[in-house]
Write a protein that binds this ligand. Structure first.
Ligand code: SAH
Length: 388
């Protein structure tokens, strides 16, 4: 049979429903075309499931089904279950944007799908998922009936798969930006040139927290992107919320988000600046600093350098925050787990010589499920810190 056979001592992860097959775990690889779905067998000949394979990728295979379930049926079922999981999560009159498919978190490696109002936005990371795209799109379109479907697969990781970045309108009318609602708050989501799929839905619960906790505070929202934390802080009664990002385009949309929410020009400043340099400026009087940097570790080998980046930015925030004050700090690198991130924050506190206490832990919002069998799906972790 045209199947992948795993080494005798290396099949535990797949038996435990982990989605990734590393080349080191493979005993026999048949002839196949990159991107093809193949059965995966144990050395003893048990059918462990099906995965799509790509010789060019460091993760040789990604499982789409386990046990005897045919792969196409499993993909259909994963899509149906992903939609079922989100049913009833949100009151559509208040929140109309959510993640519908969260890659391995929904059993569909290489695929992220977000819904912004009636616009569906896809991100495909792998060749194998590229082949499954038509099937999945048919299912989603039938279930959601979106006005437009946009693909924003401008991921650097695609080069490893032999794929170019790809951005296109797949169906419906062109959309440059779409207005969404989250917890009753409107935001613009840029689809022409935004980042990721356009909006950081994973921070929904932390935005809610900021709205509830910012009253009377002077907030500095670093790595602000389109300013959603700033908007929430101000609607929650912050005295001021300043936003810092290197992307002028993101800050332009942030200003539009202020206008959309009736927030005046005196509500906060927008700095097009590198946060590492900005935080070295002495004249800050913020007593609530939000740090939500991009993933500093994009691969495992980046972890040491990434931790240095996280440590530096947290140390600077601890030195700069007006005490007693709050720092809400995040890491969205899945290679930096919560234990490691806490150690980095400890080191930063130690170097800053400040007293730092953890008040709360934060994580990705509930429409970004973590697959218990595939813990790498837990990527966003945060701490609310009290600094005095
Ligand atoms: N908190 C945002 C998401 C942040 S994404 C939200 O909830 O919407 C990370 C942002 O950091 C991006 O907008 C990116 O442009 C910005 N960025 C990356 N490196 C930076 C740096 N060194 N200084 C300032 N901004 C940076």
């Amino acid at each position: 049979m045209n199947a992948v056979v795993l080494k005798p001592s290396r099949d535990k992860a797949v038996r435990n429903r982990h989605h990734w097959v590393f080349s080191g775990a493979i005993r026999d690889l048949p002839e196949f075309e990159n991107g093809a779905i193949l059965p995966v067998l144990s050395a003893g000949g048990d059918l462990l499931g099906h995965g799509y394979f790509n010789r060019a990728s460091s993760i040789a295979g990604r499982m789409v089904s386990f046990g005897g379930e045919p792969p196409e049926a499993a993909v259909r079922r994963s899509v149906e279950r992903a939609l079922a999981l989100r049913t009833g999560f949100f009151d559509p009159a208040l929140t109309n944007a959510c993640r519908l498919i969260n890659a391995e978190g929904d059993g569909l490696p290489g695929l992220v799908v977000d819904l912004y109002g009636d616009v569906l936005v896809l991100q495909v990371a792998t060749l194998g998922m590229e082949r499954l795209k038509p099937l999945i799109l048919d299912l989603l379109t039938a279930a959601i009936k979106p006005r437009s479907v946009v693909e924003r697969s401008d991921l650097p990781a695609r080069s490893e798969e032999g794929l170019e970045g790809f951005e296109a309108l797949l169906a419906g009318e062109p959309v440059e930006k779409v207005r969404i609602l989250e917890a009753g708050i409107p935001y613009w989501v840029g689809l022409a040139q935004g980042q990721k799929t356009g909006f950081y839905l994973d921070q929904r619960e932390s935005r809610k927290f900021v709205r509830e906790f910012a009253a009377g505070r002077r907030v500095l929202n670093t790595f602000s992107y389109t300013g959603s934390f700033s908007v929430c802080a101000l609607l929650g009664g912050a005295v001021r919320a300043d936003s810092v990002d290197t992307s002028a385009a993101a800050l332009e949309l942030a200003q539009e988000n202020f206008e959309l929410n009736g927030l005046g020009a005196d509500a906060g400043l927008f700095f097009t600046a590198d946060v590492f340099e900005f935080l070295r400026e002495p004249a800050l009087d913020h007593d609530f600093i939000i740090l939500d940097p991009p993933a500093f570790a994009k691969k495992k080998t980046d972890v040491v350098a990434a931790c240095r980046g996280y440590k530096d930015v947290n140390r600077l925030a601890f030195q700069r925050v007006r005490a007693p004050g709050l720092v809400l700090t995040f890491s969205c690198s899945h290679f930096v787990d919560e234990v490691l991130f806490q150690q980095v924050v400890f080191q930063a506190a130690h170097e800053a010589g400040r007293r730092v206490r953890i008040l709360q832990k934060h994580r990705q919002a509930l429409d970004h499920p973590v697959n218990i069998y595939h813990p790498e799906t837990a990527y966003l972790k945060g701490f609310l810190l009290y600094v005095d």
